[in-house]
Write a protein that binds this ligand. Structure first.
Ligand SMILES: [Zn+2]
Ligand SMILES: [Zn+2]
Length: 179
């Protein structure tokens, strides 16, 4: 289902709040949003603009960049977008110069004045994808020699956890255990 707001049906000054619980498509080949997107959205209609605020969450299965395990990556989208209700872009109205204003950087709703909340959410989620997905921040990765998953097991190629130069120091502290 798509959440599409008919902005023309909103009165100036009207604020609509709604719980969001939808399944949306990522529409980006490798990425799937296979869990529902949940959260809250608020749509505030002003005379020339409509503002969309919202906090949405979902997850997507990604492959860890270190250990190659597929895991569910939490995704969060904090929406704060303002759209011009004026269906005609300012640039198209005249041939003369005009000062750039904030409205030049706002998105325009299409001529049908439909605010497609799913589309905004989709773009936010795709932009929030990590460059290098990690199943957990301290993922130990795979052994480059035997391929053992160091999160689950150890192997003989493992780098010693303690710098050998510090080993004598550890022995020293052993002799004086903390009380
Ligand atoms: Zn990992
Ligand atoms: Zn190994």
């Amino acid at each position: 289902m798509e959440v599409r707001i008919e902005v023309a049906a909103l009165e100036v000054g009207q604020v609509v709040r709604a719980a969001f619980a939808e399944t949306i498509e990522s529409q980006a080949g490798e990425v799937v949003f296979d869990r529902p997107v949940t959260g809250d959205v608020e749509i505030a209609r002003d005379r020339r603009t409509v503002r969309l605020l919202g906090h949405l969450e979902t997850t997507t299965p990604l492959t860890c960049g270190r250990c190659l395990t597929v895991f569910q990556q939490p995704l969060r989208a904090d929406l704060d977008e303002e759209f011009l209700v004026d269906p005609v872009p300012v640039h198209a109205t005249g041939t003369g110069q005009h000062q750039l204003g904030t409205q030049d950087f706002m998105l325009h709703l299409g001529p049908d004045l439909i605010l497609d909340v799913n589309e905004v959410a989709r773009q936010h989620f795709l932009l929030s994808l990590p460059m290098v997905p990690l199943c957990r921040p301290d993922c130990r990765g795979l052994c480059p020699q035997c391929g053992a998953n160091w999160n689950e097991t150890t192997c003989s190629h493992q780098v010693p956890a303690v710098d050998p130069r510090l080993a004598p120091l550890l022995k020293w502290t052993d002799r004086f255990p903390e009380k």
